[in-house]
Ligand binder design. Structure first.
Ligand SMILES: Cc1cc2nc3c(=O)[nH]c(=O)nc-3n(C[C@H](O)[C@H](O)[C@H](O)COP(=O)(O)OP(=O)(O)OC[C@H]3O[C@@H](n4cnc5c(N)ncnc54)[C@H](O)[C@@H]3O)c2cc1C
Ligand SMILES: NC(=O)c1ccc[n+]([C@@H]2O[C@H](COP(=O)([O-])OP(=O)(O)OC[C@H]3O[C@@H](n4cnc5c(N)ncnc54)[C@H](OP(=O)(O)O)[C@@H]3O)[C@@H](O)[C@H]2O)c1
Length: 242
């Protein structure tokens, strides 16, 4: 069956840094659940090039928002970064994905753990009522290479979530140094959040770099936390970006 496409119009392309951008797109009304993604596409030299992007906007906001990074050698992302207000962007009609709170069991604390643009789906989730009615605490963990890449920090702090940032390639006051898995292992992440990260109290949703997903799952396994499955409940839900 051929994929159905809606053609939206770019209304804003905000550049946070040389490589990070947020596209806002009107005119492509879609039903989706916070945390899901959709394929977006451009026709490049006569070929349709489509990639998955997570929604940043909450489902009740009709202006779609996507948060992207330029992969210099990638076919689509450098072109998305160059879109300007008024340009067309095709959006598939079938959002999908399981990084959604309806797939997450109850817990005391919801940990939303991301690297880079893996933050995107959590921005949508944070702006729905569900995390605030179901969990006593919500912690957002965002790891980037450089402090200037800590996008959406103000928005996250306005939601009331506890916010822990990591900056791995320069010293950055207010952020932890190094990588998330090491800070789980040595207790620095829990100390920064002021909350335990344990099978008894926590559910962790992870999104971003696939190697980070593996390493964080190994660090959490050492604390007795395992992947959640519908038939075998656990404590970890993941989505890989590549
Ligand atoms: C379910 C899902 C949701 C996604 N949501 C987003 C999103 O919200 N924002 C976003 O920027 N990307 C997202 N991606 C990745 C996106 O689909 C593209 O791969 C990305 O935009 C690069 O496209 P490209 O055509 O330029 O290069 P591609 O040929 O797709 O990728 C080339 C290489 O770039 C690297 N890469 C790809 N994506 C990223 C990334 N996000 N950060 C760092 N390195 C990367 C990988 O090494 C990959 O092999 C998602 C992917 C999946 C599977
Ligand atoms: N030029 C290069 O050599 C190179 C290499 C990779 C990607 N890229 C490109 O650079 C762009 C930016 O990517 P990005 O910075 O958003 O994403 P990223 O490379 O995934 O880095 C984001 C954060 O995740 C951390 N991280 C990486 N691997 C991890 C792991 N196994 N466990 C825990 N944390 C981990 C990084 O720490 P660290 O700083 O310690 O890695 C960094 O803090 C992309 O376009 C990508 O294609 C370039």
């Amino acid at each position: 069956m051929s994929e159905k496409w809606l053609t939206g119009k770019v209304v804003e392309n905000r550049h946070w840094t040389d490589t990070l951008f947020s596209l806002r797109v009107e005119g492509a009304p879609l039903g989706f659940r916070a945390g899901q993604f959709v394929r977006i596409a451009l026709d490049i030299e006569g070929q349709r090039v489509a990639r998955a992007f997570s929604f940043v906007n909450p489902p009740d906001d009709p202006v779609l928002e996507f948060y992207g990074v330029i992969v210099p050698e990638g076919p689509l992302s450098p072109r998305l970064a160059r879109l300007r207000p008024g340009d067309a962007l095709d959006v598939a009609s079938n959002p999908a994905g399981f990084l959604v709170l309806s797939e997450v069991p109850d817990a005391e604390t919801l940990w939303l753990i991301s690297t880079g643009t893996g933050l995107a789906p959590f921005l949508s989730i944070l702006r729905t009522p569900e995390p605030w009615t179901r969990f006593r605490n919500v912690v957002v963990v965002h790891a980037v290479r450089y402090a200037r890449e800590l996008a959406y920090r103000d928005l996250i702090q306005r939601t009331g979530a506890r916010y822990v940032s990591f900056v791995s390639r320069e010293a950055a006051p207010g952020s932890l140094a190094g990588r998330i898995p090491a800070a789980i292992a040595d207790g620095r992440l829990e100390a920064a959040a002021g909350l335990p990260l344990s099978a008894a109290t926590a559910h962790a949703m992870l999104c971003g770099n696939p190697q980070m997903l593996k390493d964080v799952q190994a660090a959490l396994a050492a604390r007795g936390m395992r992947k959640h499955r519908r038939r075998v409940p656990g404590h970890i839900t993941v989505e890989s970006f590549w």
